[in-house]
Every structure is written in C-alpha cells, then in structure tokens.
Design a protein around this ligand. Structure first.
Ligand SMILES: NC(=O)c1ccc[n+]([C@@H]2O[C@H](COP(=O)([O-])OP(=O)(O)OC[C@H]3O[C@@H](n4cnc5c(N)ncnc54)[C@H](OP(=O)(O)O)[C@@H]3O)[C@@H](O)[C@H]2O)c1
Length: 283
C-alpha cells in the first residue's frame, strides 16, 4: 500500500511520516510538500505538491492508495477551504481510494471569519466526493498553549474571553492517531476527535503552567475588543488577530471542551496529559 502525506514538511506532517516509517513494513510513504528537497527523511519518496496549484496535486497523488491531507496554516478566511477542496478533487481525479482529512474540533456550519467555517466546508466536500474518507478533528495543540504561556509568564497573566475548558493535545499524539487511521482498517466514514485526556479550565491551566515553570500565573478574562486592541499593539497581521480572537471565541463556545479516547483507540497508546507535557517543556 502507498500512503501519501500532504503537509509533510510541517511539524505535524514530519511527525506523521516518521511514525508511519516506524510503525509498519507493508506500506511505502510519499511525502508531499512545496519544497520536497527539504524533506530529508530516509525511506520516503518526496513529491512536489502545492495546494494553490491544483494541477500539481493530481501528479503528486498518482498511485497513492491512501492520502492524509494536513491543511496549510494560511489564516485568510476561505483560503484553506479552497485549498482543501482543490486537494480533495485532485485526489479523487488521481484515483486515491481513501482520503483522511485533519480538521478541527467544533467544526460546524459557522460563518467566516470563524476558523471553523473552512474546516466545515472541507469536511462537507470530502464526504460528498471521496470514495472512502475519514476525518480526524484536532483539539487545541498543547504546544500552542506552551508558546502562549511563555509570553504570558512575563506578565503573570494568562487571558481568555471567558472562563472556558479546553482538552489540549500533543501534536505528536495527533500524528500517532493519524498513523493508526492511515494503516488501519474499518475507518471509512468515521469522524474522530483527537483530544488530551482531560479538559482544563483557564484557572486550572494557569495553575499547571505556574507549577511547571515555578513562576506565578493567573487566568484573567477580558473583552474581545480589548484582546483585539492588544494584539494590534503588538503589530500582528489582521488575519492573525482575527484568527486568535476567533479561536478564543471558540474556546468560550466550548468547541474544544471535549474529551475522547480516540487518540488511544487509533494509536494504541493513551494521550498525554497537560501536566506531563508542561513538566517536559519547562524542565
Ligand atoms: N489544533 C491546533 O491547535 C492547531 C494549532 C496550529 C495549527 N493547526 C493546524 O494544524 C495543521 C498543521 O500544523 P503544523 O503544526 O504541522 O504546521 P506547520 O509546521 O506550520 O506546517 C504547515 C504545513 O503546511 C504546508 N503548506 C503551507 N502552504 C501550503 C500550500 N500552498 N500547499 C501545500 N502545502 C502547504 C507546509 O508545507 P510546505 O511549505 O513544505 O509546502 C507545511 O508542511 C495546520 O492545518 C494548522 O492550521 C492546528
């Protein structure tokens, strides 16, 4: 069996390709990127593919039995949906039997610029067009919280729009689950949600970060307008500000307040909890 990973040069893609190579011997791996020359992993075939050039994708996907689509990190509303739809159409045209899409927890029929809008449109297209499909929705990266924590610790304040709960998940655990899905059987038409083993309030995660770092940190809520203005002051691009505020609104909606056993079900090992992730990050 030939398994392709699009987005293979990224952090999630690299982890997935490496674990695919470790996991089994009965499949070959094709790593697809706009910069195939940068993929330096022994034992994989690297191919060029650009989500913005659909004709390159049909070539890139030729001969694949299964394909993992990792969406790009383009935050312009509508772009990721267009890219994913082009990739799904190309995979169907190339004859790929089973397409697996990485999506987001809470994906549903919302309006742009909510980041869920692009994921929902992509999921719907996949369901309509792919011969066989699976979806792995991601909860929020623990790594993204750690990056936020490193900035927040300077001020002693972790912020949110409201008190909320999130089931932070390690990127590597998502990669392990994606691998289980790609090499396993019986996943056609399944929607999984990769989450950590617990959902933590703002106060709980600030406390966990304070404990791991040995520095004080308090969770504080603030209005969306204030967060928007603060991000503008830092000089972030408009689409990044919109995405950050949108993600915080999704936190408040409870979109990432979901705990499943899907990481363990797919990968065979339990998802790591935030305390253990933080203890390694801050050691
Ligand atoms: N759940 C969460 O909390 C969370 C947080 C952050 C991100 N994400 C999502 O998780 C996914 C992967 O994250 P990551 O950590 O692996 O990000 P990353 O390390 O920044 O990788 C992004 C990947 O997107 C690829 N890419 C960008 N534009 C492309 C294009 N036009 N055509 C083809 N490939 C393109 C890049 O490949 P090349 O440049 O080599 O082509 C790269 O491999 C993204 O969908 C991202 O939005 C989720």
């Amino acid at each position: 069996m030939k398994i392709g990973v699009n987005g293979a040069s990224g952090q999630l893609g690299t982890a997935t390709v490496k674990q695919l190579l470790e996991r089994a011997t009965s499949h070959s791996v094709v790593a697809i990127s706009r910069s195939p020359e940068k993929i330096e992993i022994n034992g994989v075939e690297a191919r060029f593919g650009d989500y913005d050039q659909p004709s390159s994708l049909v070539e890139a996907y030729k001969g694949l039995d299964r394909l993992l689509l990792i969406p790009s990190t383009n935050l312009q509303p509508g772009v990721r949906a267009a890219q994913n739809i082009a990739a799904i159409d190309a995979a169907v045209a190339a004859g790929v039997s089973h397409i697996v899409l990485m999506s987001s927890a809470g994906a549903r029929n919302v309006q742009k610029p909510n980041i869920g809008a692009d994921y929902f449109a992509s999921e719907q297209h996949l369901m309509c067009k792919a011969r066989q499909w699976s979806i792995l929705r991601m909860s929020y990266y623990a790594e993204a919280l750690i990056a936020e924590a490193q900035m927040s610790l300077a001020h002693g304040v972790l912020t949110g729009l409201t008190e909320n709960k999130v089931s932070f998940v390690l990127r590597d655990d998502l990669a392990a689950a994606a691998v289980g899905l790609l090499v396993g059987e019986g996943h056609d038409g399944a929607i999984y949600t990769g989450t950590g083993p617990e959902s933590l309030t703002g106060a709980e995660r600030a406390g966990a970060i304070a404990k791991a770092s040995g520095k004080p940190l308090t969770f504080v809520t603030l209005p969306a307008e204030t967060l928007h203005a603060q991000l503008q002051q830092v000089g972030l691009p408009a689409e990044v500000i919109t995405a950050v505020v949108s993600i915080q609104q999704n936190f408040s909606n409870g979109d990432f307040d979901i705990v499943t056993g899907d990481i363990e079900k797919l990968s065979g090992r339990p998802a790591r909890n935030l305390e253990s992730i933080l203890s390694i990050a801050f050691q």
